[in-house]
Ligand binder design. Structure first.
Ligand SMILES: Nc1ncnc2c1ncn2[C@@H]1O[C@H](COP(=O)(O)OP(=O)(O)OP(=O)(O)O)[C@@H](O)[C@H]1O
Ligand SMILES: O=P(O)(O)OC[C@H]1O[C@](O)(CO)[C@@H](O)[C@@H]1O
Length: 597
């Protein structure tokens, strides 16, 4: 077999052996070879081949990209384990990487001096696309026997799953209906990670090797100055270029399963080392974690062709305390990252706590407390400097999360960003007293500022006092490019005011904020009903529903009607494939949207 140079993808390998005579012998075919995965030429570690049909045995796997060349041989092992193994005659079989081919040869096993067993052997190799891998992996996860027939989207369900499908497709749903309990709104109290804790860590701490996502950590000197120690925060953790933790160099692994659904993460070849110079600084959020296809393409196009100033953007939050700034910033960060933009969230409150400790009283936030104002400005500068440095290193969108409640403060930030990036202010305004009261109580419950306050009501009083000091000096945004979110959570729709906003990315941000809401709402997910292809044992294709599938769709309609009867604004989303449209067809009373997935 020819060996080809690596082309970088994963390689599907299937070895089949055919011998009508073998079944009658007390011998089981195995494969062993030079690679540790195939036993390093130790027959006792040879991989057993599975009986695929009367006279056919098979073994298949996905091998890691750029796997080393492997030589292998077939060996017959006695089922009883007494007599010796019989290794096939002739030279080793080489298995290269990067090739797509099927090779048919014979294997000859000397059973005795006078008796030889001849078998036909097919070795099939194929480079796998990520779609192939994903489909196989999905099938594996769902405990469905993957296909023995090659072809994209051609994953075949085993006989078991077929009967399981018949019995369970619709009945499970009825059961759910009886037992269904409408989930209550999650309790935001205990167990919730305070969103600000998850934001960026100040570099002045990282530079000293201290790193934490928890700004209540003890033992941090609050007087550390920038540059105290050489930067080492990117050398501590081994990460690969995608920002994932690098696997240990334990040698290659491959899991032999049918149609090669192996371990989704393969170790790198031994000779490929990961050096920290490969790691782009600030790349934890690198890449496009979830967005694929069109969305990612739009993001890339934006980065390539968008106006220059859109490529680096600072979103400066503005607003009185407890107006949902951190909440909005966290959501926006997740959305922008999903779109494929490198985004980081810098919370000035976290900087303040790490530099000055957690227990400042309301007094610290008084507008006429010169020391307090200076201390707050100092940490705001540190956060902004960190953000700008990160942008120079390749970051695209920085979110500066603080009250930024005075014009002076905002001017200072604009000066710092001058010529480096565009600034958009996002101001959250809330006049609904009920919402505010709830927010304040939540803040006292969650904020590390009150972690040591044992008297909850005293905490609430302190926070209200802090708020009153902020109100005295607060100057709503009237300058620059801004988006104002006004009473977006009071349930009456609210308002979004925008000024001087243009460009692809700012446009996406406006779109996102318009659609931002706080009211919990259910999202129901369902598979399509059984399709005709499923009946034939196939996943995929675009066939219509089977009878069982139709029954499922009717039961689903009755479920949805009951479950969503009080959800006035619900809509039904399907793909554009027949089986999903037909599954949703009997549901009435809700608008339907078909998405090309
Ligand atoms: N647009 C909004 N208006 C009012 N409340 C909101 C809004 N968005 C989210 N909230 C609610 O406000 C609560 C407090 O939010 P958050 O901690 O984000 O406030 P904050 O403005 O960052 O406060 P602080 O300035 O004190 O850090 C959230 O738990 C959320 O329920
Ligand atoms: O320095 P500024 O703009 O007041 O904003 C940061 C402050 O805002 C707050 O979130 C207000 O509660 C504090 O935690 C934080 O110190």
């Amino acid at each position: 077999m020819a060996t080809a140079a690596s082309s970088g993808g994963h390689q599907y390998v299937s070895v089949k052996l055919e011998s009508p005579r073998l079944a009658a012998l007390d011998l089981a075919p195995h494969l062993f070879g030079s690679h540790p995965v195939a036993g390093s030429w130790d027959p006792s570690k040879a991989l057993p081949m599975e009986r695929a049909a009367d006279a056919i045995w098979e073994l298949s796997s996905v091998l890691p990209s750029r796997h080393e060349t492997m030589d292998f041989k077939l060996v017959l092992k006695p089922k009883a384990g007494s007599s010796q193994c019989i290794v096939e005659e002739g030279p080793n079989r080489p298995l290269g990487s990067g090739s797509n081919e099927v090779e048919m040869t014979d294997a000859v096993f000397k059973l005795s001096e006078k008796d030889a067993l001849e078998c036909k052997v097919w070795v099939e190799t194929e480079m796998l696309s990520p779609f192939d891998l994903a489909a196989s992996w999905k099938a594996h996860q769902e405990n469905i026997q993957p296909s023995r027939v090659r072809g994209t989207y051609d994953v075949v369900m085993g006989a078991d799953s077929k009967s399981r499908a018949k019995n369970d497709f619709a009945s499970g749903l009825e059961l759910d209906l009886e037992k269904y309990v409408v989930p209550t709104t999650p309790n935001m109290g205990s167990g919730v990670v305070y969103a600000a804790n998850l934001t960026e860590n100040p570099r002045f701490l990282l530079d000293t090797g201290i790193s934490s996502n928890n700004d209540t950590i003890k033992g941090i000197s609050h007087n550390l100055v920038k540059g105290d120690a050489p930067p080492n925060h990117y050398t501590n953790t081994m990460k690969d270029v995608d920002g994932r933790h690098a696997p240990s160099q334990e040698g290659q692994r491959a899991v032999f399963v049918d149609r090669g659904v192996g371990s989704p993460r393969f170790a790198r070849p031994k000779n490929e080392t990961i050096s920290t110079s490969n790691i782009k600084q600030g790349s934890e959020a690198k890449g496009m974690p979830a967005a694929e296809g069109a969305v990612a393409a739009a993001a890339v196009a934006d980065q390539m062709y968008g106006p220059k100033e859109d490529r680096k953007l600072v979103i400066v939050l503005v607003g009185l305390p407890a107006r949902g700034k951190t909440f909005t910033a966290a959501k926006l960060t997740r959305y922008l990252r999903w779109l494929g933009h490198e985004t980081k969230h810098f919370n000035v409150g976290k900087y303040r706590r790490l530099k000055h400790g957690t227990n400042q009283t309301a007094d610290f936030f008084r507008g006429d407390n010169k020391e307090g104002v200076e201390a707050r400005n100092e940490v705001a500068v540190l956060a902004m400097e960190d953000m700008l440095s990160w942008m120079e290193e390749g970051g695209q969108v920085g979110i500066c999360d603080a009250t930024n409640s005075t014009r002076n403060r905002r001017n200072m930030l604009m000066k710092m960003a001058e010529g480096k990036c565009k600034i958009i202010f996002v101001e959250t305004i809330c006049n609904d007293q009920d919402v505010l009261e709830r927010n304040i109580r939540l803040k006292v419950q969650q904020s590390p500022d009150y972690a040591e306050q044992t008297d909850f009501e005293a905490g609430v009083r302190d926070f209200k006092e802090r708020l009153a000091y902020y109100e005295k000096v607060y100057e709503p945004v009237k300058e620059g490019s801004y988006i104002k979110m006004i009473d977006m959570v009071s349930g009456n729709g609210g308002q979004l005011q925008i000024n001087n906003i243009s460009g692809y990315l700012p446009g996406r941000i406006v779109f996102f904020l318009v659609n931002c809401h706080l009211t919990p709402r259910p999202i129901l997910l369902t598979r399509h009903g059984e399709s005709l292809d499923n009946v034939r044992g196939r996943i995929g294709g675009d066939s219509s529903l089977s009878e069982t599938g139709e029954v499922y769709s009717r039961k689903l309609a009755s479920f949805v009607e009951k479950r969503l009867k009080s959800e006035r604004t619900a809509s039904i989303w399907t793909s554009t494939l027949q089986r999903t449209i037909s599954t949703a067809h009997p549901i009435i009373g809700f608008p339907k949207v078909g998405f090309h997935l």
